[in-house]
Design a protein around this ligand. Structure first.
Ligand code: HAM
Length: 442
């Protein structure tokens, strides 16, 4: 009697995590290449920090009372007793590295960028994951508003140049000099409306008053719309700085609006704070990135008082928006030659031919595990390859190959030793033809 084996249960993806499949990789490559290109032009050097840091780093920088630290961190204690967390954001790690590597001794500002995974145990939904990627740019060691403006411009132009409709929403959140006074005024205002606040905001009232302004609850939003604004309570220094940033932005071709409710979900901000929102018809208004100045953070983390400003953009959200808006990555160099084989001897020889062509710089493709020519030609056609080199028993005996033009279906016998020059000749004349067609179309 045969015993039926029970099917093993499948193990699924962890909630809030995401696989990136081959078809989507072109979007990721596009973004990574663009980040590298912006960094090169604006003079930012790449810094990779670990995904794990000591938990107090985030408590001290992002803030104990923020949702990110109080509710969303993946924290644990190691067997050795270390309290560690998966990073929920990267600015804290960048500042730690700036201090630890004595970058204060380098010419300031030190301009750094990163691309990396972040972890937040948030409620998963479209565009919100528990593991997600950000790229960010940080300029440490400069107070001049020109740097704030430059970072706003980088974050804006990056998304604009991808083809997205975006707008910068900007505010100033003041500094240790003027914000306490403003918070008193804000608390006074909300005191009269306390019962109308959502349960989360009731809690925030004492712990994080500023964040009452960016709650998504309808009644809380109505209250926030009529709340006193930080910009009306800025000290002279903060006011002058903010005006300076806006003056630079006015000079440039970017869409921005003042939004008194931009307070950001992290405690380290001072002065300038902004978010980039997507404004197309296709989607709801959603923040794709955000940033701001954090002049007190370096000192909070044990360094010398050092001003800084930066931003980060969520990469999954950007890709989602690109796809929603049917914006596709520029096509990479197309495949030029497919090496097809028939029979064991031919397969052996075509393996080394494939390597040879690849090393010579041809864009080659193959399907060595396939035996039938029909299958291989179908695959070549699916991949959009223009020329197929066919090697069979007869060609091996004759010292030749067949070059098949997939467009005209014409096959020519070519001397095996001349294969590279013959392919080059055909590909070159093809690219001349394409240039002519393009010119004609213009
Ligand atoms: P943030 O606003 O917390 O800022 O995050 C920046 C961006 O990361 C968001 O605008 C969003 O696109 C993306 N993001 C945030 N949470 C998620 C999530 N759960 N799933 C997918 N994407 C998400 C920061 O992290 C600051 N460190 C930015 C900064 C750099 N400030 C100064 N320098």
């Amino acid at each position: 009697m045969s015993v039926k084996k029970a099917k093993k249960p499948t193990i699924q993806l962890v909630k809030g995590m995401k696989d990136t499949l081959p078809d989507d990789q072109q979007y990721w490559q596009w973004l990574r290449d663009k980040v590298d290109n912006f960094a090169k032009n604006y003079g930012f050097g790449r810094l990779d920090t670990p995904i794990l840091e000591f938990t107090p780093l985030f408590k001290r920088s992002v803030g104990e009372e923020t949702d990110i630290v109080s509710k969303e961190m993946y924290s644990f204690v190691t067997e050795g007793g270390d309290k560690l967390s998966l990073r929920p954001e990267s600015t804290a790690g960048v500042v730690r590295a700036y201090i630890e590597h004595g970058m204060v001794n380098q010419p300031q500002p030190v301009k750094l960028f990163y691309i990396g995974q972040q972890f937040r145990h948030d409620k998963p939904q479209a565009g919100r994951y528990r593991q997600f990627w950000q790229f960010g740019f940080e300029a440490i060691g400069e107070t001049d508003p020109v740097i704030d403006a430059q970072l706003v411009i980088i974050s804006h132009n990056f998304l604009k140049e991808l083809g997205l409709d975006v707008e910068v929403q900007i505010n100033s959140v003041g500094d240790a000099n003027c914000r306490p006074q403003y918070l008193k005024v804000l608390k006074g205002y909300y005191q009269n409306h306390r019962k109308e606040l959502c349960p989360d905001c009731q809690d925030r009232f004492n712990k994080n008053t500023l964040r009452l302004l960016d709650c998504k609850n309808t009644r809380c939003q109505e209250l926030a719309n009529s709340a006193p604004q930080m910009v009306d309570h800025l000290c002279e220094n903060c006011k002058e700085h903010f005006m300076g940033v806006l003056e630079y932005l006015d000079e440039l071709d970017i869409t921005y609006s003042l939004n008194a409710k931009i307070v950001r979900g992290l405690d380290y901000y001072t002065k300038t704070a902004w978010e980039i929102v997507e404004t197309s018809e296709a989607g709801k208004l959603q923040s794709l990135g955000g940033g701001g100045r954090y002049d007190d953070l370096i000192e909070t983390l044990g360094g010398r008082p050092t001003p800084a400003v930066g931003f980060a953009i969520g990469m999954e959200r950007v890709i989602l928006k690109l796809q929603e808006n049917k914006i596709t990555p520029p096509t990479s160099k197309p495949l030029e030659v497919f090496v097809a084989q028939l029979g064991l001897e031919a397969r052996k020889k075509s393996m080394s031919l494939f390597e040879d062509l690849r090393r010579e710089g041809f864009q080659v493709a193959e399907a060595m595990s396939k035996k039938g020519l029909k299958d291989q030609l179908e695959l070549a056609s699916k991949k959009g390859v223009r020329y197929v080199v066919i090697l069979g028993q007869k060609e091996i005996a004759d010292g030749t190959v067949l070059i098949r033009d997939m467009e005209s279906c014409v096959q020519e016998v070519v001397d095996f030793r001349k294969i590279k020059s013959e392919l080059r000749k055909r590909l070159d004349s093809e690219s001349v033809r394409l240039i002519k067609v393009k010119k004609k179309a213009l």
